[in-house]
Write a protein that binds this ligand. Structure first.
Ligand code: ARG
Length: 462
């Protein structure tokens, strides 16, 4: 047991207490942020005359060595230490002697861990943004290639009106684009540096908080030292953003699972992204999509868990806050692997255009257009709705599509029908006439796709 705080104690900590209290087994993933934060702190201490230049340089050299040794695997972060902060400090003292004992001047583990966590989450917010941008590029390609790929649009999982694959995928483009803008908001709000807040009330040393904030690429220092050490809002906001990303991925996964089923056959998953059955040789299962859908639960769980942890904590730091790590780390790992795999799966998936179009035709998705045809010829909409409905009923009884009815059969319901009805209710016309902004008609769709391209080219990755 290596502890930083033995002075006041006359007894060894009970081993079970020590283990329960320790965080090294999970906070060791913050080693880089911890070392970088310490380096900035030491540079600032020297600039303010609190450490000498020689002391600064010795400490910086020691910290650089520790970082290199951890990264190369020469130095292992073991459970011998209470947390990552003790690990780095103890190692520094071991390497450079007494000078190392000056590192923690004007600092507490409370502002230290608040800084480490903020820097770690900030980098993950950026990486999540990049992964979303990669997914959006894939969706954009599919949209560009499928402006005229007709498919049924659904409500209640019942075929409703014809749309295109570009239009359907475009809905997901919007969702993931909003996810990126949520991450940007979080980044903007969280990018302030808590270092220098001390344990809770700042310090008596003349620290330059602006300087450390600048060295660590923050917009500036945080404004209240008690809030600085006890604020984890950015973790909660990030978990909420991750939960929303998973909700979007899960809905998309659900559709892919349905589209990939034997009954639909709208898509075929690439062999590299599907799995077989140990007993049924014919199976090709959409396991990746199912796992993404399933893993959504644990990300929501991390959000709920941590919101609950935070709700009863009085100011300022309390040990409860150590619970800001495991669930969050798991959520981050989960979302990153889901995004990567999902993007690969969608990128390699084949769409069966013919099956999609046939499905749109067989599901009476043009029944509204039959009614609209009548309305355009002076029939009141309510009557037109009834006529179209009766034609659908007849088609169901005779097992055919509306397009298959003879003109005779159309006219049996209304003498208004002429030969141009077939053109008017073809998939192509049905879609093409839908030209309101955001609708699937080709001209409207091309505008959106061009806008997406501009957005992707002009929006800098975080
Ligand atoms: N391991 C602790 C955490 O993650 C570090 C801060 C400890 N501070 C303290 N006052 N015990 O929150």
């Amino acid at each position: 047991m290596a502890q930083l705080w033995g002075g006041r104690f006359t007894k060894e900590t009970d081993q079970m207490v020590y283990d329960f209290n320790a965080s090294i087994l999970f906070d060791r993933r913050l080693y880089r942020q911890d070392i970088e934060g310490s380096m900035a702190h030491v540079k600032m201490l020297a600039k303010q005359g609190i450490l000498t230049k020689q002391e600064r340089d010795r400490i910086l050299l020691g910290l650089t060595d520790i970082l290199q040794d951890v990264e190369s695997g020469r130095l292992e972060i073991t459970s011998e230490y209470e947390d990552i902060h003790s690990f780095v400090e103890a190692n520094l003292i071991e390497r450079i002697g007494d000078t190392g004992k000056k590192l923690h001047t004007g600092r507490s583990r409370n502002d230290q861990v608040a800084l480490d966590m903020r820097m770690y989450v900030r980098a993950e917010v950026q990486e999540t943004d990049h992964l979303l941008a990669d997914l959006l590029e894939v969706l954009q390609r599919i949209m560009e290639e499928n402006i005229n790929t007709f498919m049924p649009g659904f409500t209640h999982l019942q075929k409703a009106q014809p749309v295109t694959l570009a239009h359907h995928i475009g809905a997901y483009f919007e969702m993931f684009r909003r996810d990126r803008s949520r991450l940007e908001d979080i980044y903007e709000r969280m990018n302030y540096c808590p270092l220098g807040a001390g344990a809770l009330a700042g310090t008596t040393y003349p620290l330059d908080r602006n300087y450390t904030a600048e060295l660590l690429n923050f917009y500036g220092p945080t404004r209240n030292s008690m809030d600085s050490v006890s604020d984890r809002d950015y973790v909660i906001e990030y978990l909420a953003a991750l939960s929303t990303i998973m909700m979007h991925l899960s809905r998309f996964s659900e559709e892919i699972i349905i589209w990939n089923s034997n009954e639909y056959r709208f898509v075929e998953l690439d062999d590299a992204y599907s799995t077989g059955s140990s007993i049924m040789p014919q199976k090709k299962n959409p396991d990746i999509a199912e796992l993404v859908r399933g893993k959504t639960g644990r990300v929501y769980g991390a959000l709920m868990g941590f919101l609950t942890t935070m709700k009863g904590i009085p100011l300022a730091y309390n040990k409860d806050m150590q619970e800001d790590k495991e669930g969050v780390f798991d959520a981050i790992d989960t979302v990153k692997s889901c995004l990567k795999l999902f993007t690969g799966m969608v990128d390699t998936m084949k769409f069966n255009e013919k099956v999609m179009e046939a499905s749109a035709k067989n599901g009476f998705t043009n029944a509204t257009d039959v009614a609209d045809y009548l309305v355009n010829h002076g029939v009141p909409f309510r009557d037109a709705h009834g006529i179209s409905g009766r034609l659908v009923l007849r088609c169901i009884a005779e097992n055919k599509a509306l397009d298959d009815l003879t003109l005779e059969e159309f006219r049996a319901e209304s003498s208004v029908f002429e030969d141009d009805i077939y053109e008017a209710i073809s998939m192509k016309t049905c879609v093409e006439k839908r030209l309101t902004l955001g609708a699937p008609g080709e001209a409207a769709m091309r505008k959106v796709i061009a806008g997406n391209r501009r957005y992707l080219d002009e929006t800098e990755r975080l």
